[in-house]
Write a protein that binds this ligand. Structure first.
Ligand SMILES: [Zn+2]
Ligand SMILES: [Zn+2]
Length: 243
């Protein structure tokens, strides 16, 4: 830890004493000892939990409650270019609320608790560590309007916990596409065709691709296929919410 990091931590401790930190979801005061960047225990406990039965590849939830090793219809029909999707939970309830506040309402401090949840989910998968973390890119027009790319912010938080380097500009968005919201699966695929590019060849074998939400998986498929074509051997995807 360098001088500036320890000075910043010390300053944060002093601020916490003067102004006890509040939960970023409900605004209630955090119990003593919890980092200012966490959600309070009731909010954490109230986050929607992943479905017990889901596709082992793309994490889509099955209706049946029994855990299953069967791949979903989409993955059987068209095997994805990634090997696994880590999802904190379904895109619903307080998780959806937190993601929307983080993404659309500029509530950047949420990157810490959400990034922590994402890193914990990846670590609980007990798979081999990735060599590199990449993020689904925004087109420069949208980046200019929003001021930040939520996927890059989350990727940096994953790096903080896993100690794996982030390549924020490895993927770039070369075409400004219409929003994916409201499009069906076929329209989403054609909307994304040729939208992304990889900026340089990849020497990392295992890459963790980070995004905030996965809906049909079209974006993750497109980006993972490009990373594979650029030289990566295996791609895992990490998202907060799985629709
Ligand atoms: Zn709370
Ligand atoms: Zn699947």
């Amino acid at each position: 830890m360098n001088f500036w990091q320890s000075a910043r931590d010390e300053l944060r401790r002093c601020c916490d004493l003067l102004l006890p930190p509040a939960c970023l979801l409900c605004g209630e005061r955090l119990p003593a000892g919890l980092p200012a960047t966490d959600f309070c225990p009731p909010c954490r406990d109230g986050l929607p939990q992943p479905a017990p039965a889901r596709c082992p590849l793309c994490a889509v939830a099955y209706r049946s409650p029994a855990p299953s090793l069967h791949h979903c219809e989409t993955c059987l029909r068209q095997p994805p270019p990634f090997v696994k999707v880590h999802a904190v939970g379904p895109y619903a309830g307080t998780l959806q609320d937190a993601i929307q506040r983080f993404k659309y309402h500029g509530q950047l401090p949420l990157e810490r608790p959400l990034g922590t949840l994402l890193a914990e989910t990846v670590l609980s998968g007990r798979g081999p560590r990735p060599h590199l973390v990449a993020a689904v890119p925004l087109h420069k027009n949208r980046l200019r309007a929003r001021g930040y790319n939520q996927a890059v912010q989350l990727a940096r938080q994953v790096d903080r916990h896993l100690g794996v380097p982030v390549a924020p500009e490895l993927l770039c968005r070369v075409r400004d596409t219409a929003a994916q919201q409201g499009l069906d699966a076929a329209a989403r695929n054609s909307n994304l065709r040729g939208a992304f590019a990889v900026s340089h060849p990849v020497s990392a074998r295992r890459i963790l691709l980070v995004d905030d939400v996965m809906t049909t998986g079209a974006t993750a498929r497109e980006c993972a296929a490009l990373l594979r074509a650029a030289g990566a051997a295996a791609i895992e995807v990490a998202v907060l919410g799985r629709a």
